[in-house]
Design a protein around this ligand. Sequence first.
Ligand SMILES: Nc1ncnc2c1ncn2[C@@H]1O[C@H](COP(=O)(O)OP(=O)(O)OP(=O)(O)O)[C@@H](O)[C@H]1O
Length: 235
Amino acid sequence: MSLELNVDNLVKSFGQRKLFHVDQLRVGEGESLHLSGENGSGKTTLMKILAGLERPCSGRVMVTPKARRWWSDRIHPQVIYLHQTPYIFSGDVRDNVAYGLRLRSYSRRDVKLKVQQALAWARLEHLAEQPAYALSGGEKQRLALARAWILAPSLLLLDEPTANLDQHSVRAVSELVTQLLDKGTTVMVSSHQKNAVTDLCGRRLHLENLALQELGNAFSNELNNEPELKYYVQH
Ligand SMILES: Nc1ncnc2c1ncn2[C@@H]1O[C@H](COP(=O)(O)OP(=O)(O)OP(=O)(O)O)[C@@H](O)[C@H]1O
């Protein structure tokens, strides 16, 4: 399913402290966005708001088309947020991959088939019976991606997916993200550094001075140099 994300006049504060204002953000089907910003600038908070997991103080986040018959008005079943430290549930890798399907009405046979496909997609088949907590950092990221892939997200929000990963694991994650993009999934990646995954992104968003700015999309070192500003909003 193709989704559109529209954000208007979004403000987030914690107590008296204002974290950011997003004047306007439009994201269409199949786009790829890198969200950068210093530690503490609000990347995680913004992504959680977009995923409906956290409430803004004011403003509007609209995902269209709306989901029908879902358990929460704020959470859209096709919008998935992956935390930088992947959540690991008790049980083995197979159970963990199947976890996301528990709210969807699939037959046992379909669940088995989908889990097998997801394990193969993330190259985790050989670890299927291992306790998930024992996986390496890179394997846990692949597990989290497999858990997302199985739900066929239209918008995937990846929060620092390569933090603490070695080059080999970063490449593995970037291959999986490439495949998701090829399928038309919209992907937003937060990271304060450029890397193989952020290099896949066609749009650059940057949180700074309490506001979200969109940088020009020259695939240069713009985060280290003076950014070319497309628009800038500060309140
Ligand atoms: N529930 C909360 N209550 C109060 N302050 C919070 C809460 N959640 C986040 N913050 C604060 O908001 C700021 C932004 O946090 P956030 O995790 O969104 O930043 P970030 O850009 O993702 O940081 P990092 O790059 O370090 O992961 C931080 O100073 C954090 O302490």
